[in-house]
Design a protein around this ligand. Structure first.
Ligand SMILES: Cc1cc2nc3c(=O)[nH]c(=O)nc-3n(C[C@H](O)[C@H](O)[C@H](O)COP(=O)(O)O)c2cc1C
Length: 343
């Protein structure tokens, strides 16, 4: 997610969800192909803990995408994903993102070029919408998936709503077009050899379990094979942890333990980057942690402290500990996230 899922954010996500697959922000091919070492580091650096981590590319030129894929593979990414779902006008001016859904053969060409340069264990995947503008014909997305799959894409991440290319902002495009999960079920039915990950509007572990659970009445074949969470994972760490717990049975860390890891990580990053032109600062990490105490007693004060320009200017990782909600009176943060769910 642009401006959100940078490497610091992904490090936090990894602590919260050890089994999740993480995705970078969309990176356009230009800075990778023409940028130097600093641009590469800015867009591609990740911590070893982040694996499995996927690089999402934005572009529509097959040769550029092939070169960017090769660079991503060399940096050690576990998957390269092509963005065919972003509706922003800026992205449309570059002729990529969601508008690519209108050109399935071009996407297929790009995917083929990407598959050709990637080793077979690094999948080339596509994230897309279920339609464009107000066209709700299922045949549109079915034909798109069929054409792109023939080029070698086996995994599709489906944001289960249309993209409206004119007249809606990117934010409205994540809210206004109705969600239609049934379209994903139809894709699962029509392409049994492919993998479909459902995205859009998921906000709870119960919802994810319900969508994936093969023991309920819907025939298993209609289930998506995975779920992707965006906004809920970012704004509410508890939700992400509960999804991890529900799907993988992972014992859950306390918030306090997460904060300890974040302090260590931030100190390490500050030290490692202090001679760079853009050294890591506490604020770079802090801005992603504001959802850690969402809905908890003391959460507001935690967020206030970690957003306070004067406190952040001290650039001391201990700020995270100082921001922990008052411990003797409110010790919710000591409870595993799961307890919050049980309650
Ligand atoms: C701030 C923000 C940035 C986003 N950037 C990207 C992006 O770079 N690439 C992408 O495929 N989707 C991007 N998205 C869309 C999300 O990946 C996701 O498809 C969408 O928010 C719906 O899922 P959700 O309801 O779980 O949030 C972005 C969403 C937000 C809120």
């Amino acid at each position: 997610m642009m401006d959100w899922s940078d490497r610091h954010c992904r490090y936090l996500f990894r602590l919260l969800a050890p089994n999740a697959r993480l995705y970078t922000e969309m990176v356009t091919t230009g800075p990778l192909i023409f940028g130097g070492e600093e641009q590469h580091r800015r867009h591609l650096q990740f911590s070893a803990e982040e694996h499995p981590v996927a690089l999402q590319l934005g572009g529509s030129d097959r040769d550029d995408l092939a070169r960017a894929t090769k660079i991503g593979v060399d940096w050690g990414y576990d998957e390269i994903n092509l963005n065919c779902g972003c509706p922003s006008e800026r992205v449309q001016r570059g002729a990529f993102g969601a508008c690519l859904m209108a050109e399935p053969s071009l996407v297929a060409d790009c995917v083929k070029a990407m598959v050709d340069v990637a080793p077979s264990h690094i999948p080339i995947t596509v994230k897309h919408r279920i339609g464009l503008d107000y066209d709700e014909r299922y045949s549109f997305v079915r034909d798109f998936v069929g054409t792109v799959a023939d080029a070698g894409c086996k995994v599709f991440i489906v944001h289960a709503r249309n993209a409206v290319l004119k007249g809606l902002s990117p934010k409205e495009n994540r809210e206004v077009p109705p969600l239609r999960y049934d379209v994903v079920s139809h894709l699962v039915r029509d392409f049994p050899a492919l993998t479909f990950v459902l995205n859009g509007g998921l906000t709870s572990a119960a919802q994810c379990v319900d969508l994936l659970d093969e023991s309920t009445s819907t025939p298993p074949i209609l289930r998506p094979h995975g779920v992707m969470l965006g906004r809920a994972a970012y704004h509410d760490s508890c939700c992400l942890t509960q999804v991890e717990q529900a799907l993988f049975g992972t014992p859950v860390r306390t918030r306090e333990a997460i904060i300890e890891k974040i302090i260590e990580y931030t100190a390490r990053e500050i030290a490692a980057t202090k001679h760079r032109s853009h050294p890591v600062r506490v604020r770079d990490v802090a801005r992603h942690t504001l959802g850690l105490f969402a809905g908890q007693v003391g959460g507001k004060a935690f967020r206030r402290m970690l957003s306070d320009p004067l406190l952040l200017a001290e650039n001391d990782p201990e700020l995270f500990r100082r921001a922990l909600p008052y411990q003797s009176q409110y010790d919710d943060h000591r409870q595993p996230f799961l307890d919050a769910m049980a309650g």
